[in-house]
Design a protein around this ligand. Structure first.
Ligand code: BGC
Length: 352
């Protein structure tokens, strides 16, 4: 009897592991996600009498497990980079295990992108379908202090907005930066690159990087630079820019300092494919928007419909705090104390 119950629980767990969850709205949008890494699997927009998928992805959970490491996941504890994989908190130095040269990227080997999140359907006022996803990073995991409990809500409403609501609480002071890392391709096919996408970012400044993609601490005005995306620029216009920061990376892999007036979600940026009349707008409470134009894709990972992810197959729009914020006094706070609640929102609004 006990053995049978154990097998039943294991089977249920496996079912949850491999399950694809769906959010639907009355306009015909479907957003799919999985428990592994809380990853978005598809974003299907109505397109005549069919639907077009505007996000990169794989067909099965196993492929997500072995595929591109951060694809469409919730990343953390600390999304983006930490210089020399090291920080100080209350006089103590925390040394993390480097996973990007000598630096630390996206929460390390055991980040939230690798956890199987517990998933529950919920009711959320103003939303047609909603789920709550929960995961814990234990005290000392990847050497971060404190048990960190994270709850994420994925919800879709009539206005074609996908809400990603992220809350976290800790039992010891810690540092964190949580983001969603979806790779969009508005062509609806990973084989067509994002060169034809217009990119807009609501920011007067960006955080300058050194040649290891670590912020120097300088906050640079975008005025007059190829980094000025306040009026949309098509990616094909800027990808070959001589501006050293772009030239060195052959694209964007930068954080913009968002123009913000409040702690409410505000317009952060957008991508648009004019010829197909499709766009994604991002609204957020977070202080930064990392725009990454997928330079690392090299054809070795094969996604949906058997299409390889080649260079520039997708564009990631990651609303987050700035990279390495704990090591720069002029960057926004990334510390969380036990009596505080971390609460950030990212909204992707789909237009078609
Ligand atoms: C980073 C890139 C990194 C990529 C990996 C992005 O958020 O900014 O440097 O290569 O994630 O998925």
């Amino acid at each position: 009897m006990i053995l049978e119950s154990c097998i039943l629980i294991l089977n249920l767990k496996n079912m949850q592991k491999n399950k694809t969850y769906q959010l639907n709205n009355k306009n015909g949008i479907t957003v799919e996600f999985i428990s592994y890494g809380a990853r978005l699997k598809s974003v299907l927009l109505p397109d005549g009498d069919k639907k077009t998928d505007i996000i990169l992805g794989y067909e099965t959970t196993e492929e997500f497990e072995t595929g591109d490491p951060y694809l469409n996941a919730i990343c953390g504890r600390y999304a983006n980079r930490i210089a020399n994989s090291k920080f100080e908190l209350n006089g103590k130095t925390y040394q993390l295990k480097a996973n990007d040269g000598k630096n630390f990227l996206h929460g390390g080997d055991k980040g939230f992108h690798q956890k199987y999140w517990e998933v529950k359907p919920i009711e959320l006022e103003g939303y047609e379908s909603a789920f709550k996803l929960s995961a814990i990073s234990e005290d000392g995991e990847e050497n971060f202090p404190g048990n960190l409990k994270v709850d994420v809500i994925y919800a879709l409403n009539y206005n074609n907005e996908l809400l990603i609501d992220i809350k976290a609480a800790t039992d010891k002071e810690t540092v964190l930066n949580l983001t969603s890392h979806p790779y969009f391709n508005l062509n609806g096919k990973a084989s067509d690159t994002i060169h034809n996408h217009d990119i807009k970012v609501n920011a007067d400044h960006y955080t300058e990087l050194n040649n290891e993609n670590i912020p120097t601490g300088n906050i640079v005005p975008v005025e007059g630079l190829a980094m000025d995306l306040r009026s949309a620029k098509q990616f094909s216009e800027v990808v070959d820019s001589e501006y050293p920061e772009i030239k060195m990376r052959e694209g964007f892999d930068h954080n913009w300092v968002l123009n913000k007036d409040s702690k409410e979600p505000e317009f952060a940026g957008s991508i648009e494919l004019k010829e197909k009349n499709r766009a994604v707008e991002v609204y957020t409470t977070q202080p930064g928007l990392q725009v990454y134009t997928g330079m690392h894709f090299d054809g070795s990972s094969i996604g949906k419909e058997n299409i390889a992810f080649n260079k520039y197959a997708g564009i990631a729009l990651e609303a987050q705090n700035f990279a390495d914020a704990m090591n720069h006094e002029n960057f926004p706070n990334c510390r969380l104390k036990p009596d505080e609640e971390y609460h950030e929102r990212i909204i992707y609004k789909f237009k078609y």
